[in-house]
Design a protein around this ligand. Structure first.
Ligand code: ADP
Ligand code: MG
Length: 264
C-alpha cells in the first residue's frame, strides 16, 4: 500500500465557530494506481489533497486521523521529513500553472527546482534531465522551451511544464488538483492522455482531482465522490456511471454535456 488515509478530518479555526471542511475521509491507494476525486466546488477536494501532500501547515487547519504515505506518518512527522518527501516522492500540480510558475525565471530553472533541492548532481546533469523531461511531456523543441519564460508559452504548454517539473524526480505519488480546468477541451484530453502515459511508464500513482466526471472516467478506474466535506459515493468508475447510488452523483453525471450512459 502506497497511501493509507483513515478518518481524516480537517477543521479551520479562523472564525469564532470552528468549521469542519473534511469529514471522515478514507482513501487507500496502491503503487501505480490512479484514483479520481470528484465533487462540486467547495466540497473539500483540495483541502484533502493538500493534507495528503503535507501542505496544510499546523496553524492553518487542525487535522485529525491518519495519513500514512509509504511508511511516513504525514500528520505527525517533523517538517524536515515532510520537506524531504515534497517534490521528491510526492508532487503536486494545480489548476493554474501561471500562478505556480515564476514569471521572471526561465522555464528550465523552474523545471530543475526539485532536482536542485533533492538530488546531488551537476548543472549539466540537471539541464540534460530537464530537457529530457520537457520532451517527455511532448513539448516540441524542448531546448527552446527550456530557455523560454512562462509568458512565451500557451496555457497547455505551461501545464506540461508543470508536469515535467513535478515528475523530474519520478515521484511515487502525483496529486493533480484540477490540472485541466483552465484549459480548452482538446488540450484537456491531451493532458489526460499524457498523465495516463506517465502513470504507465513510471508507475507513478496519480490522485486526479476534477469536478468533471467525464475526465475522471477517461483516466481512472476508481473514484471518490465528495460533497460538503463528506465522501458520499465511490467505487468503480463505470459502475458509478451506470448505477450512481446517490442523487448527487446522478446530478454530476447529468451535468456532463451529451454523456453516453451506455459506456460506448
Ligand atoms: N482558510 C480557510 N478557512 C476556512 N475555510 C476554508 C479555508 N480554506 C478553505 N476553506 C473552505 O473549505 C471548504 C473546502 O474547500 P476546498 O477543499 O478548496 O474545496 P474544493 O477543492 O472541493 O473546491 C470550502 O468550503 C472552503 O470555503
Ligand atoms: Mg479545489
Amino acid at each position: 500500500m502506497l497511501l493509507h488515509v483513515e478518518d481524516l478530518n480537517i477543521e479551520f479555526h479562523d472564525h469564532i465557530v470552528p468549521e469542519t471542511v473534511v469529514y471522515d475521509f478514507d482513501l487507500d491507494m496502491d503503487e501505480g494506481e490512479i484514483v479520481g476525486l470528484v465533487g462540486e466546488s467547495g466540497s473539500g477536494k483540495s483541502m484533502s489533497a493538500l493534507a495528503i501532500a503535507g501542505l496544510l501547515s499546523r496553524h492553518d487547519a487542525k487535522k485529525r486521523g491518519h495519513i500514512i504515505f509509504d511508511g511516513t506518518d504525514i500528520l505527525n512527522c517533523p517538517r524536515e521529513e515532510l520537506r524531504n518527501l515534497q517534490g521528491d516522492d510526492i508532487s503536486m500540480i494545480f489548476q493554474e500553472p501561471m500562478t505556480s510558475l515564476d514569471p521572471l525565471k526561465k522555464i528550465g530553472w523552474q523545471v530543475e527546482e526539485a532536482m536542485r533541492i533533492h538530488k546531488k548532481c551537476t548543472a549539466a546533469e540537471r539541464k540534460e534531465r530537464a530537457i529530457k523531461m520537457l520532451g517527455d511531456v511532448e513539448l516540441e523543441d524542448p531546448e527552446r522551451v527550456y530557455n523560454s519564460y512562462p509568458h512565451q508559452l500557451s496555457g497547455g504548454m505551461r501545464q506540461r511544464v508543470m508536469i515535467a517539473a513535478a515528475m523530474i524526480n519520478t515521484p511515487k505519488l502525483l496529486i493533480a488538483d484540477e490540472p485541466t480546468t483552465a484549459l480548452d477541451v482538446t488540450v484537456q484530453a491531451q493532458i489526460v492522455k499524457l498523465l495516463k502515459r506517465i502513470n504507465k511508464e513510471n508507475r507513478t500513482a496519480i490522485l486526479f482531482i476534477s469536478h468533471d466526471l467525464s475526465l475522471i472516467r477517461q483516466l481512472c478506474k476508481r473514484v471518490l465522490v465528495m460533497k460538503g466535506g463528506y465522501v458520499v459515493d465511490g467505487g468503480d468508475v463505470e459502475e458509478i456511471f451506470t448505477h450512481p447510488k446517490q442523487e448527487y452523483t446522478k446530478r454530476l453525471i447529468d451535468s456532463i454535456p451529451h454523456v453516453d450512459l451506455s459506456g460506448e
